[in-house]
Design a protein around this ligand. Structure first.
Ligand SMILES: C[S@@+](CC[C@H](N)C(=O)[O-])C[C@H]1O[C@@H](n2cnc3c(N)ncnc32)[C@H](O)[C@@H]1O
Length: 232
């Protein structure tokens, strides 16, 4: 019998290596990180009392913890590609209300009509645009009717000029925060190798094409944008 070697994608290796230092870095590098996650939770409609929640690209579990706190009856499935970061997430959440799934957005295997709420923070831009469209369809299928998909992520500007301004303003933020040049360099190299930013308009359109309704933009700051969509 031949045993297939486990081949990790470079994104998986990047987040495996970053797992233990991720929290220090993300709070420094992502402007208004907590505000955007709080806004995501604040906008979950009052007529939805989510009992089953999926966190796509949970990382160390910062958003997972926020939804656990906001929806105290809910159980959360925390999904990520990186085993190492899932371990940090498990330690950080420390509750049996969370279960963990190692899956790749490119080949999701999710139960149909299972979740009331699907959330995601700064993760979906790691797959290319055709894969994003397939991912939106997977998310639609795994939601119950009435369920909400809400995510915050980095987006491209509508024009190259706006996108350049985004990058310039983000760099100014990084300089004000005193982020060391090598850390900024690491993010920029990661961005060139692993990130696929699409525009807000494109992503809203792909959500509608997947069957979602009530698609809206709830919050925006530089590259970071919060979208919501409902399965009716
Ligand atoms: C920038 S981190 C965001 C983590 C967390 N959601 C947060 O807001 O702090 C991106 C996460 O997406 C995960 N990720 C990247 N590509 C993925 C893929 N193809 N499938 C599943 N998870 C992926 C990474 O492993 C990483 O944990």
């Amino acid at each position: 019998m031949t045993v297939k070697p486990i081949v990790k994608s470079s994104t998986e290796e990047f987040y495996d290596d970053l797992a233990s230092s991720y929290n220090d870095i993300i709070y420094r590098c992502a402007p208004r990180y907590e505000e955007m996650q709080m806004t995501m939770v604040d906008y979950v409609p009052e007529d939805l009392q989510p009992l089953r929640i999926l966190d796509l690209g949970c990382g160390t579990g910062n958003l997972t913890l926020r939804v656990l706190e906001s929806f105290q009856e809910a159980e959360v499935v925390a999904l990520d590609l990186s085993v190492e970061i899932l371990d940090v997430c498990r330690r950080q959440c420390g509750t049996d209300r969370v279960s963990y799934l190692q899956q790749d957005f490119n080949s999701l295997d999710l139960p149909e009509s299972e979740y009331d709420l699907v959330v995601s923070s700064i993760a979906i831009h790691h797959v290319d645009d055709p894969a994003k469209q397939l991912l939106f369809q997977d998310v639609y299928n795994c939601l119950k009717p009435g369920g909400i998909f809400t995510y915050v992520d980095q987006f491209r500007g509508e024009t190259p000029g706006i996108y350049q301004q985004h990058m310039k303003i983000w760099k100014q933020f990084a300089d004000c925060k005193g982020i060391p040049p090598q850390e900024w360099q690491m993010w920029m190299e990661h961005q060139q190798q692993h990130d696929y930013h699409a525009t807000v308009g494109q992503q809203m359109e792909w959500l509608r094409q997947s069957g979602f309704q009530q698609v809206d933009c709830l919050w925006k700051h530089i590259l970071w944008t919060l979208l919501t969509a409902r399965k009716i």
